[in-house]
Ligand binder design. Structure first.
Ligand SMILES: [Zn+2]
Length: 125
């Protein structure tokens, strides 16, 4: 598979790196928060297994909500803030890759994930 990341203009490439880094930190903090909450709940509520299980399930639901709703919104806000937006449609360019094989069209084709506007610099020699 072709990787277009290094064919992006240098400023977009730098912003893309920043977004990926911050996105990964958000995911890691969410995961650590979930594990901490579940661990504390299981320790503190050890005499009350039903309550501990309930808190652990609520923590899991909260983690999924944060991962699927809050983090993408935070990514989009950061895109707007640092100017990592499509010059054609103005929408955020960051589109996370997933463990299920989804790769952003920015990476695979060098185009905006929303309108397919090409963002690759053409180098003429
Ligand atoms: Zn666009």
């Amino acid at each position: 598979m072709t990787d277009f990341r290094d064919k992006l203009p240098p400023d977009l490439r730098a912003k893309q790196r920043t977004l990926v880094h911050n996105h990964n930190i958000r995911i890691m903090l969410t995961w650590v928060g979930f594990c901490s909450l579940a661990f504390v709940a299981l320790q503190v509520l050890r005499p009350y297994p039903r309550a501990a299980l309930t808190v652990a399930i609520v923590a899991l639901i909260l983690m999924v909500y944060v991962a699927l709703v809050f983090i993408p919104k935070a990514d989009a806000r950061q895109c707007q803030r640092i100017g990592f937006t499509c010059p054609s449609c103005g929408k955020p360019l960051y589109d996370q890759s997933s463990i299920h094989g989804h790769k952003s069209s920015l990476i695979t084709r060098g185009v905006c994930p929303h309108c397919d506007h090409s963002l690759v610099t053409t180098i003429t020699v």
